[in-house]
Design a binder for this molecule. Structure first.
Ligand SMILES: *Cc1c(COP(=O)(O)O)cnc(C)c1O
Length: 394
């Protein structure tokens, strides 16, 4: 892939021990989020799923374009409320504790607190929320998370349509509907089905949710229902220049929307993946049983994405011509090379057998698509290497 000039420029300016480093291109993120917002119909609400990347500067940039944020823990809730105060929140995720529910209620009631939607995952969680709401003397707005049959099995990470810890099938929905109290206001349904789905697949899933949801909500007295269609918009790590078809998806949602209803989406990966770069330096190059390996500073304890998803992280080589040692510089030319990190495990591989024009010890490598599920999902403590630096453009 090709790294933008501004990222290359920054990489060249860093001191030798200035890598590994993450670079977040906030200008690019701002433009990308604006394009997503512009591609969606006006009435469709765009929340950002914080778990993809909770970096404060990233959240502040997104707050300019997103209608709200989806948080999935008490930690994300407090962090997001501090980073982007007063923005609407959706509180989702499995296994919410009474303390987390109480904290969310308190935040929603605080002066300047944004509106909050609670995504309920089970009848037990609904009972906990009801108890917390009554204790706080508040009413809460709830979407029930559904797990309907017949989902897209092509997706990278399927979370619904089969037995799953996420969401509820019809029997559990019925039980929730039967145990509503005045403290709980049922506003609609939520479904996050899978990760890594194209626009057509997501629109088909949205159609299924909305047609089920309209009938279900009408049958349970929910007027002006809200349908949260989840996230899961695909990022193609093999084609870093291609992006999800936001205009096509937006047109499809426009066809689905009806007056009096609210459609909401909560993408994560496809919002922030593109703005992040992981910069590092080649420490060594060698051959082993006929294959070339480059070992870079850092590794999957900083950028776990390729290990988590089993893919090759796309990268650009930034050639550095200085070479001080008096011995020959290790390197490869026109050859496939596997890029590994500094961890003592064969799983610490960032990209496998990728053909490069030239790669030498001392060259810089800029891994792209490192802005989502990257630093924040990595096992930072393993082997006690130092953490990366963080830089923000501009
Ligand atoms: C992870 C998650 C998202 C975001 O998914 P992406 O694949 O990053 O778009 C949205 N909603 C829920 C409930 C999630 O668990």
């Amino acid at each position: 892939m090709i790294a933008p000039e501004r990222v290359v420029e920054l990489a060249r300016k860093l001191e030798p021990d200035g890598v590994p480093a993450y670079v977040y291109d906030l200008t690019a993120l701002d433009a990308h989020a604006a394009a997503i917002r512009a591609a969606l119909p006006r009435g469709v609400q765009f929340y950002y799923a914080v778990k993809a990347n909770p970096d404060t500067a990233v959240l502040r940039t997104l707050a300019r374009h997103a209608d709200g944020f989806e948080v999935s823990s008490g930690g994300e809730l407090a962090h997001t409320a501090a980073a982007a105060p007063g923005r609407p929140l959706a509180f989702g995720g499995p296994g919410k504790t009474p303390a987390e529910l109480a904290a969310a209620l308190e935040l929603a009631a605080a002066p300047g607190g944004g509106t909050t939607r609670f995504h309920v995952e089970s009848p037990h969680e609904l009972a906990l929320l009801d108890q917390a709401a009554r204790a706080a003397g508040r009413r809460v707005d709830v979407l029930l998370r559904v797990n309907l049959p017949g989902q897209d099995e092509q997706a990278a990470l399927v979370m619904g349509g089969k037995p799953s810890p996420f969401g509820m099938d019809c029997e559990l929905l019925r039980r929730c509907a039967g145990s509503l109290t005045p403290a709980v206001r049922l506003r609609g349904l939520h479904a996050h089905l899978a990760s890594g789905v194209g626009a057509d697949g997501l629109l088909a899933a949205a159609g299924r949710l909305v047609s089920f949801g309209r009938q279900w909500c009408a049958g349970h007295g929910v007027t002006e229902p809200e349908f949260n269609l989840g996230g899961g918009m695909a990022v193609d790590y093999t084609r870093p220049d291609g992006v999800f078809d936001w205009p096509g998806y937006g047109r499809g949602l426009a066809g689905l929307a009806r007056p009096g209803e609210t459609l909401r989406i909560e993408p994560g990966r496809a919002v922030t993946a593109y703005c992040g770069w992981y910069l590092t330096r080649v420490l060594d190059v060698k051959h082993s049983h006929g294959e070339a390996f480059a070992v870079v500073a850092g590794g999957t304890h900083h950028l776990r994405t390729p290990a988590a998803k089993g893919h090759d992280q796309p990268f650009a080589v930034v050639a550095v011509d200085d070479w001080a040692p008096p011995w020959p510089r290790p390197g490869v030319r026109d050859e496939a090379v596997t890029i590994a990190g500094q961890l003592c495990t064969p799983k610490d591989v960032l990209a496998r057998r990728i053909r490069v024009g030239r790669l030498r010890a001392g060259d810089l490598v800029a891994f792209g698509l490192a802005g989502a599920y990257a630093w924040n999902i990595s096992h930072h403590g393993f082997l006690m290497h130092p953490p990366p630096a963080f830089h923000y453009l501009p």
